[in-house]
Design a protein around this ligand. Structure first.
Ligand SMILES: Cc1ncc(COP(=O)(O)O)c(C=O)c1O
Length: 356
């Protein structure tokens, strides 16, 4: 038998979660964010399950070309635009929609001959200070774009830094955006998953959900199920060793866990080279034979150890769930001092994937 680690991807759950997004923002079109290999779930697989979305958002021309190669005719947005002007002919050829987030990108576009017009998004920095034009520069850049024969439609865009944090929210950024957009009457896109779910005033023409489509809550302290979402990825493996250790014996690298009494432990075929977070310390939840238990000691490259005290019937070959159905990735992430986004997108290429 092959190494037992497997990521099961529930395509029906993806479609369900898209339905939740559509129901929450019924008057907006949905730009499904499928960058980072569909948040680790597989780009083309995810696109197939989300084909009822109105468009896709990716990072690179390569990802977009893969989608076009699979026959998708949806609008495809390049969230960071073009990295070099030499990408523009292919962007036009594939009818992609680059985000323009720097003034020089607008100027380059305006002087580049393209085989036909392209639609673009103009990103305004309303307070996150990561990408986008300063609001004061928007009018002039818009004028440049509007005057350029190679530009088709223009959609205004911003991104919220704290939509998941009720203490900050989106109000300040939304006010800056409205002021910058003025009376341009252009279509707009503002909302990530958190804004989509919490702030209807951000829905606008297009919403841009990512993480919620994969069944994960964008809000700390909650899980996808609290929002009616279904987990998409379940990471499963099996015990490849079981042993009794004595009080005082240590487990794993650095001997960071020392048994306080005689106990049974198991070794699961999954480690940080599979994408399991190395920073998940002793006590991270894991299921063995369906029973909730905890990890012990440091995560190794290919293995991790678990406490079998509550599972006396566990044996070599017993199934283990690292996260997914019955074990929210959000909880594992919390124990590892990270967010579920990182767990999902870090799934290693060596992990077998099966669609369910
Ligand atoms: C510009 C932009 N829009 C939308 C999203 C989707 O965000 P989320 O996954 O939180 O829904 C992202 C994700 O990073 C993004 O960078």
């Amino acid at each position: 038998m092959a190494r037992p680690l497997i990521a099961r991807i529930d395509l029906a759950a993806l479609a369900h979660n898209l339905g939740v997004a559509k129901a929450a923002a019924p008057h907006s079109k949905v730009l499904a964010v499928v960058k980072a290999n569909g948040y680790g779930h597989g780009l083309t697989r995810v696109a197939r399950a989300l084909r009822a979305a109105d468009g896709f958002a990716v990072l690179s021309v390569d990802e977009a070309a893969q989608l076009r190669g699979e026959g998708y005719t949806h609008p495809i947005v390049l969230l960071e635009g073009f990295f070099h002007p030499d990408e523009l002919p292919e962007i036009a050829h594939l009818r992609l929609r680059p985000v323009i987030h720097r003034e020089d990108q607008a100027a380059i576009l305006a002087r580049t001959h393209l085989e036909h017009r392209i639609d673009v998004l103009l990103k305004i920095d309303t307070g996150m200070h990561r990408l986008g034009l300063r609001p004061a520069r928007v009018a002039e850049v818009l004028a440049t774009l509007r005057a350029a024969p190679q530009i088709g439609s223009i959609t205004l865009m911003t991104h919220f830094a704290c939509a998941d944090d009720p203490a900050v929210g989106v109000a300040a950024q939304l006010a800056v955006f409205r002021e910058a957009a003025g009376d341009s009457k252009l279509p707009t896109t503002l909302a990530n998953s958190a804004a989509l779910l919490r702030y209807p005033e951000t829905h606008a023409d297009w919403v841009r959900p990512g993480i919620m489509l994969y069944g994960v809550s964008p809000f700390s302290g909650t899980i996808g199920a609290d929002l009616g979402l279904l987990p998409v990825m379940t990471l499963e493996s099996r015990l490849i060793a079981v042993q009794r250790i004595k009080k005082g014996e240590a487990v794993g690298y650095g001997a960071s866990f020392v048994a306080e009494r005689d106990m049974s432990i198991g070794t699961v075929a999954c480690g940080y080279a599979d994408g399991y977070p190395r920073h998940a310390g002793t006590g991270t939840p894991i299921r063995v034979e369906g029973q909730l238990t905890r990890t012990l000691g440091r995560v190794s490259m290919d293995m991790l150890c678990v406490d079998l005290t509550p599972i006396p019937n566990a044996h070599v070959g017993s199934p283990a769930t690292l996260w997914g159905a019955d074990l929210p990735a959000e909880h594992v992430a919390e124990h590892a001092g990270t967010i579920a986004y990182e767990l999902l997108t870090a799934l290693a290429p060596r992990v077998r994937v099966e669609e369910v």
